[in-house]
Ligand binder design. Structure first.
Ligand code: NAD
Length: 488
């Protein structure tokens, strides 16, 4: 999505938009000439606008981050940890208004927006607790070999629109705790809550340590190419991740890529379909399926197939879809028109293939990008819904009779983010889960993550890991000091 200039909109149709948002550059809140209009997905109309950073804004932000780096890298882990704790406190103190803003721009129910903020705060504190120490790899009478970790410099963080606060917090805290400074760019679809957090962080970090710039896709490209940025931490689609990698090649930037997934859940023959259906449903449909690690394909053993399909369809029918601001709502709209139209296209292809639609499948005729939770049975493996990352509230249930066949089909994809196996016998499931070609394989659960456990994708679902000591070290350069204990 490219930034739209306010003057491009016909004046007589322009509604009054909230304009109280600014970029954060070198500790100052700054406006800009070009504007991004932010759409409320529950209405399909713009409700706010914010500045779209120009290339000169990026240059200023990078220069500020480079200036701030010397001081911030010299600060102790204790000082940086304390600042991150203060950031977490601020997120909690401002949870109400931030959650409302997140729901307005992203669409998710208010309770889930609040959860996202709580989670961002908890994960931030968790990451900043992890000790990072130099290591002695060898020490004897002759030699000592030490391994030290140093911050990289300026980290550019690029985030998507499905969970803007949580997906910014992980890389932001990882970069800052390890002594780097940051330029953070949210998605042009959901820039507002990130800009608001940027404004709050002025009181926490020295000027220039955190810079927040809203902008279109071109800003992400400029960041990926920028010679003053040492690492890009990118969360988004596989296609864009590849572009980031190509743009970053010129300066050989360090990269963490958290990309899409097509997670399979394999449900074995011994489960009680009624008791696991709500858990599977939630893991597939929360945030209207717009979660990288949502269940996107369900492989069910033929013995429990029909019963599971019926139980999932019952869950879908009783789920309340509506505006995220409505307290009754369990699923909000799809976040943007382009994604809504993509999911409509997948639905049309699914219908045309002759698959059985057990629940949903009829988007309501109302403003906004609403789409009912849709359960599809008896669908061909080669269909778009099975092969692509749908990233929306429509999920296929596929039948298997041989568990080896289920495993082969689950792994037969270029994605490899995560997956799960469900059984009455956790050890039987664990043996199968270990054979899923993914970054994270769960047993009798899906979407369980924590600050101390690495998360990231195998295959084309990503590069590197976030969270845990593994994730933190990817924001640092290892440096070996090898000492021969003899006078020269
Ligand atoms: P996207 O790739 O379209 O955009 C993500 C970000 O990249 C946005 O800020 C966008 O402006 C920016 N961008 C676009 N073109 C760019 C370019 N050429 N160079 C640099 N930056 C550019 O993704 P999206 O549609 O916002 O998000 C949905 C995708 O994100 C899904 O595929 C989802 O699975 C994935 N995702 C992955 C994770 C994970 O942790 N693995 C988490 C959440 C979402």
């Amino acid at each position: 999505m490219a930034a739209q200039r306010a003057e491009d909109r016909p004046a007589d149709t322009a509604p009054a938009l909230r304009q109280d948002f600014a970029n954060l550059i070198d500790g100052e809140l700054v406006g800009g000439e070009a504007q991004i209009e932010v759409i409320d997905p529950a209405l399909g109309t713009a409700f706010a606008c914010c500045p779209a950073a120009a290339r000169a804004d990026l240059d200023r932000a990078v220069a500020a981050a480079r200036r701030a780096f010397a001081g911030w890298r010299a600060a102790s882990y204790e000082v940086r940890r304390a600042a991150i704790r203060r950031m977490a406190e601020l997120l909690r103190e401002h949870q109400g208004p931030l959650a409302e803003l997140l729901t307005l721009e992203q669409g998710k129910p208010l309770g889930q927006s609040r959860d996202e903020i709580t989670r961002a705060a908890t994960q931030s504190e968790g990451l900043a607790q992890i000790p990072i120490a130099s290591e002695t790899l060898l020490e004897d009478a002759e030699r000592r070999i030490e391994l030290h970790y140093h911050p990289l410099g300026v980290v550019g963080i690029i985030t998507p629109w499905n969970a803007p606060i949580n997906l910014a917090a992980g890389p932001l805290v990882s970069a800052l705790y390890t002594g780097n400074t940051v330029v953070l760019k949210p998605s042009p679809y959901t820039p507002l809550s990130t800009l608001r957090i940027g404004a709050l962080l002025r009181e926490v970090f020295p000027r220039g340590v955190v810079n927040v710039l809203a902008g279109g896709d071109e800003l992400g490209q400029w960041m990926s190419e920028h010679p003053g940025i040492d690492k890009i931490s990118f969360t988004g689609s596989v296609a864009t991740g590849k572009k980031v990698m190509a743009s970053a090649a010129g300066t050989l930037k360090r990269l963490t890529l958290e990309l899409g997934g097509n997670d399979a859940a394999i449900v074995l023959d011994d489960v009680d379909p009624a008791s696991i259906a709500p858990k599977l449903f939630f893991a597939a449909f929360v945030n209207s399926g717009q979660v990288c690690m949502a269940i996107k394909r369900i492989y069910a053993h033929e013995r429990i197939y029909e019963a599971l399909c019926a139980a999932l369809a019952a869950e879908a029918r009783k789920t309340r879809v509506g505006s995220g601001l409505d307290r009754e709502t369990e699923l909000g709209p799809i976040q943007n028109r382009e994604q809504y139209e993509r999911v409509l296209g997948i639905l049309a292809a699914t219908r045309a293939s002759g698959a059985r639609i057990l629940a949903g499948g009829e988007p309501p005729a109302r403003p906004g990008y609403f789409f009912p939770p849709t359960i599809v049975a008896d669908i061909d493996e080669s269909s778009r819904l099975v092969q692509e990352e749908q990233f929306g509230p429509i999920v296929p249930v596929l039948k298997f009779s041989d568990v080896e066949d289920a495993l082969r089909r689950a792994n037969d994809t270029r994605y490899g983010l995560s997956g799960s196996v469900w059984s009455r016998d956790p050890e039987r499931a664990a043996a199968l889960a270990a054979r899923l070609e993914v970054g994270t394989a769960w047993v009798n659960q899906h979407r369980a993550t924590s600050a101390t456990v690495p998360f990231g994708g195998a295959k084309e679902s990503g590069l590197g890991r976030q969270y845990s000591i593994l994730g933190l070290k990817s924001y640092m350069e290892p440096r070996v000091v090898s000492v021969l204990k003899r006078p020269a």
